[in-house]
Write a protein that binds this ligand. Structure first.
Ligand code: CA
Ligand code: CA
Ligand code: CA
Length: 284
């Protein structure tokens, strides 16, 4: 540990500062996420075609994760190997409750496919803080949903849809040390992405029933129905499913109403559609 700390200090002391103007720009179709804690902004950069998967709109993925700290300091984590960041915009969330955000991304390669990872600032350096299990097959992707307390134990978990194009599996993971370990999986197919689309925001989390645990709002495999799923006694349970809807393209979000929740999403042609969910409609 002493050696590791000494090495870290050496790197911090000698790493050249990157000015914001010199930081590499976001990849095509990627955007900048803004945070409220120690990370002010983060984005994916340095497009590369070394992983020929191309399910997120083009065949370019990212080599670098860029973070701008609250003090304006730019930190860059470059992969420079045969893996890529197969994602468009990092998600900022604090899974461990230490008050510092992690930037959540998917790292993928041709051998093992995707895995969820969280990167954070430590002693001024951007490091991998959490690593989830790889899918285990190349050219298989996962789409993160969010970080939240899904089982109501007061600690946050991570959640994603594994292989959203071929029978998506809702997966919940707990942080243990520097690993994310799977704690629950749903066999029912949910999907938060259409292959080739740059819209990754087809899922949401919200505490629909007000029990203190976040619930999942997810489209079915063909994106024409919306389901509410909860983690109950260690199992993922579907508690409501809408009637057939106009196609869900992206921009899915949830807002509370007097009697429940309103789910809003973008449909074919760019129009918005809305669905009302009453808490009393949910199975117990
Ligand atoms: Ca944290
Ligand atoms: Ca929890
Ligand atoms: Ca709940």
């Amino acid at each position: 540990m002493r050696l590791a700390l000494a090495t870290l200090c050496f790197l911090v002391a000698t790493a050249p500062a990157v000015a914001r103007a010199d930081a590499p720009p976001p990849i095509p179709d990627g955007s900048v996420a803004e945070g409220t804690r120690d990370i002010a902004r983060t984005w994916l950069a340095e497009p590369t075609d070394r992983y020929p998967h191309g399910v997120l709109g083009d065949a370019l993925e990212a080599n670098a994760l860029v973070v701008e700290g609250r003090d304006g300091t730019i930190s860059i984590h470059r992969l420079n190997d045969d893996t890529v960041f197969e994602f468009l915009t990092p998600m900022l969330a604090d899974i461990d409750g230490d008050g510092l955000d992690e930037a959540w991304v998917v790292r993928a390669d041709a051998r093992d496919g995707g895995r969820l990872e969280g990167y954070g600032l430590a002693a001024g350096k951007l490091i991998r803080r959490y690593e989830g299990p790889a899918i285990g097959n190349g050219f298989r992707w996962l789409n993160p949903i969010g970080i939240g307390d899904f089982d109501g134990d007061g600690k946050a978990e991570a959640a994603y849809i594994e292989t959203p194009h071929i029978g998506g599996v809702l997966t919940v993971l707990k942080a243990k040390g520097d690993k994310l370990e799977i704690t629950a999986r749903a066999i029912t197919a949910y999907s938060t992405h259409k292959i080739g689309s740059t819209s990754l925001d087809l899922g949401a989390i919200a505490d629909i029933d007000g029990d203190g645990a976040e619930d999942f709002i997810l489209p079915n495999q063909v994106h024409d129905r919306i389901a509410i799923v909860s983690l109950m006694n260690g199992k993922l349970v579907e508690r409501w499913r809408s009637k057939r809807l106009t196609r869900i393209i992206g921009g899915l979000r949830v807002t509370p109403t007097d009697s429940g929740f309103q789910v809003t999403y973008r449909t074919t042609g760019g129009a918005e559609n809305q669905v009302t969910v009453s808490v009393s409609d949910l199975t117990q």
